[in-house]
Design a protein around this ligand. Structure first.
Ligand code: BDR
Ligand code: CA
Length: 316
């Protein structure tokens, strides 16, 4: 069965790899649209970067929409220190041929979901949750069409990567995250507890580079850049490849482990703003709203990612 998805992203090298993995998987995933949000870098760059990935992969027919430039109630926090000034440093940027659709991303999400059958569309947010929350606020009638939301965001055992308590995507727009996690639709969340196990070691990046097709080469170049900051920060032998975990879970849920629990978002405390309170041991009576993913077979993930990227050499 092909699953209909909307990818809501802020590319970002790891968002870019998530897009490429989805592009390489047409038997399993039908991408209804890509919606960009301000996050790692400002919106005018994230929407451009998303369109660049479409050009690179020969997917110019996929509609790309620009959404919210700023979080709901806070100024935008960006992450050039990690992703570089373009968001996808490691590859040279260019003005893509893939068109930017005139419609606002939130209008696209609302219109698409209102027209969709019940539980038929999966939302895959890999940036701050501003576009998704705005769509839910504007038209709660979209909720029944959402089959599941599969965000990259949050942290429990790993602690935060932007503050001691908070992961970047949740910290940037905690109010939006709060709306999404309380929306009542099924959620499978890929937080740092799982993404920090998915390290792009030099050996793994070299396997991708060795594929030799232009998409694989660009992926290796982006991962090399992405690696610099995180390797120093974590002392690991490669940067975590966060966002592709979302697409990988849709493709291969059997390589992940998770647990159903409640997640609530801290929206007020200065100290712990953006914290995801994961009730892993069910110590509250709050309702289950999320499958919190905490484990992955990382070697299997990379084997399968390499196989998919190899498809850009001709099989797609
Ligand atoms: C998340 O923050 C961004 O920098 C990455 O693209 C990823 O979505 C990881 O915390
Ligand atoms: Ca991202």
């Amino acid at each position: 069965m092909t699953r209909k998805i909307i990818i809501d992203c802020d590319p970002g090298q790891d968002d870019a790899v998530a897009l490429l993995l989805a592009f390489a998987s047409p038997d399993e995933l039908e991408i209804l649209g890509i919606t960009a949000v301000g996050g790692n870098v400002p919106l005018q760059l994230t929407q451009r970067n998303a369109r660049m990935m479409c050009d690179l992969a020969g997917m110019q027919h996929i509609p790309v929409f620009a959404g919210c430039a700023e979080p709901l109630e806070r100024p935008l926090l960006t992450a050039e220190a990690i992703h570089g000034t373009t968001g996808i440093n490691g590859v040279d940027v260019f003005e893509p041929e893939t068109a930017l659709q005139p419609q606002h991303a939130v209008d696209f999400i609302v219109e698409t979901l209102l027209a969709a059958e019940e539980s038929s569309v999966t939302l895959v947010p890999t940036g701050p949750l501003t576009n998704i929350a705005t769509a839910i606020q504007r038209e709660p009638g979209i909720l029944p069409s959402i089959e599941r939301i599969v965000p990259m965001g949050g942290a429990m055992r790993e602690g935060g990567n932007s503050t001691p308590s908070a992961e970047f995507n949740i910290l940037v727009d905690p109010q939006a995250a709060d709306i999404v996690f309380r929306c009542g639709r099924p959620i499978t969340a890929m937080g740092l507890d799982v993404t920090h196990q998915v390290l792009s070691t030099p050996e793994r990046v070299q396997r991708i580079r060795a594929l030799g097709n232009p998409v694989a080469t660009a992926t290796a170049d982006m991962l090399n850049f992405f690696d610099r900051y995180d390797t120093k920060k974590y002392g690991s032998e490669g940067a975590p490849l966060h966002d592709p975990c979302t697409i990988a879970w849709l493709l291969w849920p059997e390589i992940f482990e998770g647990k159903d629990c409640n997640i609530s978002i801290e929206t007020e405390s200065e100290l712990t703003l953006g914290h995801t309170a994961v009730d892993f041991w069910n110590v509250t009576d709050k309702p289950v709203n999320t499958t919190w993913v905490y484990g992955i077979d990382a070697p299997a993930f990379y084997d399968r990612l390499v196989e998919r990227l190899d498809r850009f050499g001709g099989a797609l």
